[in-house]
Write a protein that binds this ligand. Structure first.
Ligand SMILES: Nc1ncnc2c1ncn2[C@@H]1O[C@H](COP(=O)(O)OP(=O)(O)OP(=O)(O)O)[C@@H](O)[C@H]1O
Ligand SMILES: [Mg+2]
Length: 195
């Protein structure tokens, strides 16, 4: 498998984009390929909820999750471990924070934006039927800030509208470049079907 060895320097790979677009599947696949630590905003949200933080499940709670997730990511990067962070990264400021933290920890930064049409996201989320998914999706669509702030080599768009098995073809070249038929360098046309 490519990159079974630790990467040097380590990387921070942020997997973001539309709710229900397949971020968590992509993050797990990449973590296996890269031998990376996975951190997810959803998991940290659950931790907060289990600790009795009553508004942890509200869409607006996201802003409290990222500093915690990025602090944990920084600790791994400083130990030389590549990290995959699974979250929407809907705001420019969140992506900028992630990129700044990676640089400070001596890591490189890559933002992978998973993209599917809104209707497909809605269908997937309806099937999964998590409590409050409709409000979460609406909050995402209202708050999504298109990626215009990153350099082309820091931003790759993944069309994750196909079957999950398509992700099996994701791999990295020996030089660390992500290869996949559904991958195109950013920024691309924005969230399709939104607005
Ligand atoms: N090509 C695909 N890639 C990833 N997931 C897919 C794909 N096709 C269908 N799915 C399905 O879409 C649903 C969403 O996948 P996943 O949980 O990975 O998305 P997500 O972006 O992490 O969602 P959330 O925003 O709720 O965290 C799952 O039920 C998954 O099985
Ligand atoms: Mg997820």
């Amino acid at each position: 498998m490519a990159h079974a060895q630790p990467e040097s320097p380590p990387r921070l790979v942020a997997v973001g984009g539309m709710m229900g677009s397949g971020k968590s599947h992509v993050a797990l696949r990449l973590a296996r390929l890269l031998g990376a630590q996975v951190l997810s905003t959803d998991e940290v949200r659950r931790e907060f909820a289990e600790r009795g933080v009553t508004d942890a499940l509200a869409p607006g709670f996201a802003s409290a999750l990222y500093p915690e997730v990025l602090a944990r990511a920084a600790a791994w990067l400083r130990r030389g471990r590549t990290v995959v962070v699974d979250g929407t990264f809907r705001r420019r400021s969140l992506r900028a924070d992630a990129r700044r933290m990676a640089q400070a920890a001596g890591a490189t930064f890559l933002f992978l934006e998973c993209r599917v049409p809104v209707e497909l996201a809605r269908e997937r989320m309806r099937e999964r039927d998590d409590p409050g998914w409709e409000a979460m999706l609406e909050a995402f669509l209202a708050g999504w800030e298109p990626v215009v702030e990153l350099r082309p080599e820091e931003h790759v768009v993944l069309d994750t509208s196909g079957p999950v098995e398509a992700l099996d073809a994701l791999h990295f070249d020996p030089d660390g470049t992500l290869r996949w038929p559904g991958a195109t360098p950013g920024p691309g046309p924005g969230v399709r079907g939104a607005g």
